[in-house]
Ligand binder design. Sequence first.
Ligand code: C2E
Ligand code: MG
Ligand code: MG
Length: 366
Amino acid sequence: MARVGGDEFVIVLAAVKDGADAALAAERLMRAMSAGFVVQDRSLSISCSLGISVFPEHGADGETLIKNADAAMYSAKESGRNNFRFFTDDMNAEAVERLNLESSLRLALDKKELFLMYQPQMDIATGKITGLEALLRWQHPDLGLVPPDKFIQIAENCGLIVPIGEWVLRTACLQVRKWQDEGIPAVSIAVNVSAVQFRQEDFCELIRRVLHETGLAPQYLELELTEGLLLANADVTFSVLQELKAMGLTLAIDDFGTGYSNFNYLRQFRVSKLKIDRSFIRDVAVNPDDAAITTAILSMAKSLNLKVIAEGVEDEAQMSFLRAHQCDEIQGYYFSKPLAVDKVAGKLRSNSPEPRARAQASGGQL
Ligand code: C2E
Ligand code: MG
Ligand code: MG
């Protein structure tokens, strides 16, 4: 057995008959790891992910076997940790794609290939834009537009999300400040925060510095955090959130309902807003289960005095449902797709109540 990196180990099993034997060994290892450890009187529990490559099917030499086991481990991690996977050829293709993306992502910031789109959020009662969400885009020279789902995780795994996230924050704050200076009715800007960024020791300091440098007042900045982020960082979360709140920022829970909801944190962490995940909204008007979950979130939020915004609202049926159940805000194609920066000012200037929403907010007909 060898330690090849921070928390990575390679184990060579020289005496296994076949893959099934290797799987048995992997299970034994995982069981042993899950038992928990006592370190300086604290009991720690960890999980592990295992990738397996078998000689000679998956490689004729050590280098190839290790590379392929690594790709398999990556895939095991992606499928939810505490897991093992055998190498398959398509993992190799994925690993190559990932490496390629990672190396061009390293240059993307300097080469100015990253940019932001802004998606308006609408107050259901007034039809007015109350905020914008900044959404990151990557214009790759060969691959074209790469969606965030394809590169954010890579950026998180290699740490690039820290400088990229800082760039997003600064660019978004600067832009909103610029619109304010141009006399455009002020709205707030929501910025997505990755768990890796949040875990940085100087995260609060960064926020403070960016607000100071851009001159944006803190009440216009909203941070979108996920349930996973809050729970994974439980040890530091509380003090960081308190500090952010004290600065005057708004905190929203993104993709609400999809993580391991621990309602305790809603009480403890004093978040202001829940964003109901798109997966519940998609069929909210036709699927009784989704409708029940959405209604439950809305009534819980109401009693906890939290604002609720529904994500991914695409049609009138979803909108009517949300209006009827007193959801505060919506974001989605029904109101507006994410907009390029030069399209936003116009939209904000005409930020008077939409005729349709106004009519319905006051109970009128279209
Ligand atoms: P999210 O924060 O939940 O953002 C909402 C996503 O839903 C966006 O996808 C948006 O374009 C999409 N969307 C909005 N309205 C609709 C609709 O009506 N229908 C459908 N089908 N989709 C809609 P996008 O821009 O591809 O972003 C995906 C995810 O990537 C985001 O989910 C967020 O988690 C992450 N992301 C985006 N920008 C950043 C960033 O700057 N930093 C970090 N850490 N993550 C980001
Ligand atoms: Mg978001
Ligand atoms: Mg979301």
